[in-house]
Design a protein around this ligand. Structure first.
Ligand code: GLN
Length: 199
């Protein structure tokens, strides 16, 4: 079964290309039917308010949240991180609300809206990789069960909670395949445990 990239808005093509270059098979997911065909899902960067509205309007929000709660591996990049969060600073509502963390949108302010650094992420088994931040969120609070994988400039920008991965930055806008390989490993592990627990 392939891995999906939520294709309502945002950097969809870039994720599909990198999935392929990382040895995976990716398909765009716009409908419930397509969601049923994937064993993991990437929520791309873009605009979280727009994506949240399209998820609601298309009837995907509740079924997607349910599949994630049941263990489907999911990875949110940038706006995707905002979609996953159980809290958004200064806002009353959340989107999927499945990952126990509060995020701050556009956390780097208007003057430094976009920047890029190179750094290692030993927690993900990655050597020096490019980290591209575009109007990026960061994590301001996380439950103990959320493992912070990376901090940049003192702020948490990558985290994992069970089957959920969130990054403030955009690996899909670089040539780096390490993050996609990490996610494909998560998908493979989830597949393995499902087989193991089958009756
Ligand atoms: N600022 C956007 C949001 O909150 C995210 C930006 C991005 O994905 N590059 O939705």
């Amino acid at each position: 079964m392939p891995v999906g990239v939520l294709a309502l808005q945002g950097s969809v093509r870039e994720h599909l290309d990198l999935l392929e270059r990382s040895g995976g098979k990716g398909i765009p997911v716009k409908t419930l039917r397509e969601l049923e065909q994937v064993q993991g899902l990437i929520l791309p960067g873009g605009e979280s308010t727009a994506m949240g509205k399209l998820l609601q309007d298309g009837g995907l929000m509740a079924p997607l949240a349910e599949r994630i709660r049941r263990g489907m591996p999911v990875w949110g990049t940038c706006a995707g991180m905002v979609l996953l969060a159980s809290g958004i600073e200064g806002e009353e509502t959340v989107h999927l609300g499945v990952m126990d963390m509060t995020v701050r949108r556009n956390a780097y302010g208007t003057q430094r809206e976009s920047f890029s650094v190179r750094d290692r992420i030993p927690e993900m088994g990655l050597g020096e990789v490019p980290l591209v931040f575009i109007r990026a969120p960061h994590i301001v609070h996380a439950a103990r069960s959320v493992r912070i994988l990376k901090t940049v400039r003192g702020a948490a920008v990558a985290a994992r909670q069970k089957n959920m991965l969130a990054t403030s930055f955009h690996p899909e806008l670089t040539a780096e395949t390490g993050f996609h390989r990490y996610f494909l490993d998560m998908v493979e592990e989830a597949g393995g445990s499902r087989m193991f627990t089958a009756p």
